[in-house]
Design a protein. Structure first.
Length: 434
């Protein structure tokens, strides 16, 4: 048993027993009520699941195991000479509920390097798809093709005690995370770089190796990948990609089935696909003014035009947050440090000043502030990654760290099949009368 797996077992299995006793003793405690409006509006705000890895506070933003993004930027291990945290570190934190040491992060990185070999049939399957297939479709299909390697599925078929479900799930989680950068880079090089592929470099950390396989060896791009893959990992359990992964996993589907379902949710325009919608909107804004950098007055005019057409301003607003997304701030600080004179970054800064007052004046917007998607694409374009249809795949590689560590905890604490009740509108009408 590898060191990380052994340490996870030491923490997770006693916690599972503690959780069972807690539920037995406190299961009848009432923690809230909900309304007909909440049921019909997507169950917003209704507590219906437990996610240990992160919590989204409307006013403070996301916290990973209690730590804010600025705290993690300071506390997580970094690559030699770097200022950005390594994704291996936040994975360890989410998995263990403890800040990692440099040695812990090196161990995770080495584990993923050893597990990163992708079977040939996955590449053959991708090559059979038209190159015009959306990168997210290819990504989700490749994850399903990897399911042939599931250790959990094989162990379950042979017969497995419930208390041991976590063990093969650990192998699936680690193997899948290790292979995702190779798969994603293959899709990128296949679609956009004439099928000229780049072999992995096992001496590099997980994010830097991903950047290398994509074809970007600029050191600042590797810095960006470390930051990007860290801040996109998790956003508590109620968002579509996390909830879909948890829901499908609750049926004892393995990590491959579960994660693929989460990626199908991430591909929606109201979730992860929003980052490419932001870039498209900014480029359309620029084109509208003859490819000149628009003034703040022109941005305001274009925003009002967008809203008058019944459209939203992509990258602004959030289902939970009531302030500027801390992930947006982290990316803004990166841009100020490494690319302050970038033209598109200057436009993003002006949009940041113009949009919130306009949305606030409408009186219907609960959160007029930018979210993580409002900034990420502009950073990628600066370093030459202009293919914005691919951006959500990057998001998906990062999100794997959060949803798969949660899935492993689900198996360790024997989370049950998720099966909420449903009613008809007629039943609702009768309840309202009562």
């Amino acid at each position: 048993m590898d060191k990380l797996k052994e340490e996870f077992a030491r923490r997770a299995l006693p916690f599972s027993a503690q959780l069972k006793e807690f539920i037995k003793t406190n299961g009848d405690v009432v923690i809230g009520q909900y309304t007909i409006d909440q049921v019909y509006s997507g169950m917003k705000g209704m507590i219906g699941m437990v996610t240990e890895t992160s919590k989204l506070d409307p006013d403070e933003g996301i916290r990973f195991r209690g730590y804010s993004i600025p705290e993690l930027t300071a506390k997580l291990p970094k690559a030699p000479g770097g200022a950005e945290p390594l994704p291996e570190g936040i994975f360890y934190l989410m998995l263990m509920n403890e800040l990692p040491t440099d040695d812990d992060v090196t161990n995770v990185s080495n584990q993923w390097a050893r597990r990163s070999n992708v079977p040939k049939h996955v590449f053959d399957m991708l090559d059979a798809l038209p190159k015009t297939t959306h990168p997210m479709t290819q990504f989700s299909a490749a994850v399903l093709a990897l399911q042939t390697e599931s250790v959990f599925a094989a162990a379950y078929r042979k017969g497995l005690n419930k208390k041991d479900y976590w063990d093969p799930m650990y192998e699936d989680v680690m193997n899948l995370i290790a292979r995702l950068p190779r798969v994603a880079a293959y899709i990128y090089r296949r679609v956009y770089k004439n099928d000229v592929h780049i072999e992995p470099d096992p001496k590099l950390d997980w994010a830097a190796n991903f950047a290398h396989m994509l074809g970007y060896d600029d050191y600042d791009f590797k810095r960006l990948m470390r930051l990007y893959l860290t801040i996109h990992v998790d956003h508590e359990g109620g968002n579509v990609s996390a909830h879909a992964t948890h829901l499908v996993g609750s049926a004892l589907s393995d990590a491959y089935y579960s994660f693929s379902s989460g990626m199908n949710g991430l591909a929606g325009p109201l979730h992860g696909l929003a980052n490419q919608e932001v870039v498209r909107w900014i480029l359309d804004l620029k084109a509208y003014y003859n490819d000149q950098v628009p003034t703040k007055e022109q941005i305001a005019e274009y925003v009002k035009k967008t809203l008058s057409e019944g459209k939203v301003v992509p990258g602004y607003g959030h289902a939970v947050l009531r302030k500027t997304d801390p992930r947006y701030i982290a990316q803004r600080e990166f841009a100020l440090k490494y690319m302050p004179d970038d033209e598109l970054f200057k436009i993003v800064q002006n949009i940041y000043e113009v949009v919130p007052p306009i949305l606030s004046s409408m009186g219907k917007i609960k959160n007029p502030w930018p979210n993580v998607d409002a900034h990420s694409g502009v950073l990628l374009i600066h370093y030459g990654m202009v293919e914005y249809d691919f951006y959500t795949v990057l998001f998906g590689v990062s999100r794997a760290l959060g949803v798969l560590s949660s899935l492993l905890w689900d198996r360790a604490v024997a989370s049950p099949l998720e099966r909420p009740g449903s009613v008809t509108s007629e039943w609702m009408f009768e309840q309202a009368k009562k």
